[in-house]
Write a protein that binds this ligand. Structure first.
Ligand SMILES: CC(C)(COP(=O)(O)OP(=O)(O)OC[C@H]1O[C@@H](n2cnc3c(N)ncnc32)[C@H](O)[C@@H]1OP(=O)(O)O)[C@@H](O)C(=O)NCCC(=O)NCCS
Length: 198
């Protein structure tokens, strides 16, 4: 019991220390292609391992990625947080997720239905984590709203606002994001068969 308590406190302390190092220094280190990016990725990888709830192998955290306290972030192997992204901590991400810059992933919202109380006094709705599957590409400046699930192998087009779940392999674009086609379609209808054969 005492051992467990000591271990929990040590973990808390390390996480706190890692957050200070990350937000005070490591987040500003360069990203590819600026010189020194390899070292930066290595440093940030070690730091987030102490912060995140679960962190896979070879993750990439690009410059100025914000993830709140990070203690509810789950990141799979080889997945990325893009330059200048903003993640509200509650995020479950699979393996091999690629992320463009300036992505925003929300998990909280204000309560606002009561008309006789101002919004700033209504508190928040319960947090709803965002779930992202394996092998997903999230384009530049995408916004993902609370509770959304993005299926395996999906693609989200630049500047899209994702308000609803995206099915596996779906390529979703626009505001609100809608599926325009499915990944792999162009390979199977022969239109882009060169991609397979070249
Ligand atoms: C989503 C994306 C991959 C789609 O590629 P694609 O399947 O080749 O799509 P197409 O170019 O054939 O476009 C299909 C239709 O969707 C529209 N569309 C494509 N991307 C869109 C976007 N991001 N937002 C709104 N509409 C979009 C096109 O205008 C086209 O519309 P139309 O049929 O009315 O002419 C690509 O457009 C995109 O947004 N890439 C992200 C780039 C990026 O963020 N890079 C950062 C590096 S990590």
């Amino acid at each position: 019991m005492l051992f467990k308590q000591i271990r929990a406190n040590t973990r808390k302390f390390l996480r706190f220390f890692a957050l200070i190092i990350y937000y005070g220094f490591a987040q500003y280190l360069p990203s590819q292609p600026r010189p020194g990016w390899r070292m930066s990725y290595f440093v940030r990888r070690i730091i987030v391992k102490l912060i995140f709830k679960k962190c896979g192998l070879d993750v990439i955290i690009k410059s100025k990625a914000y993830f709140g306290k990070g203690n509810s972030v789950v990141m799979g192997n080889r997945s990325q947080l893009g330059n200048n992204c903003k993640v509200e901590s509650d995020l479950i991400m699979g393996d091999d997720v690629v992320m463009g810059p300036d992505v925003i992933i929300m998990s909280s919202a204000h309560a606002f239905e009561q008309l006789d109380v101002t919004i700033n006094r209504q508190g928040s709705l319960p947090r709803r984590p965002v779930t992202i599957g394996n092998d997903v590409w999230i384009g530049t400046r995408v916004i993902i709203l609370p509770g959304v699930t993005i299926g395996d192998k999906a693609v989200i087009g630049a500047a899209s606002v994702v308000t609803k779940d995206v099915p596996p392999r779906g390529i979703a674009v626009g505001n609100p994001a809608k599926v325009i086609r499915y990944r792999g379609d162009r390979l199977t209808n022969g239109q882009d068969s060169c991609l397979r054969n070249c």
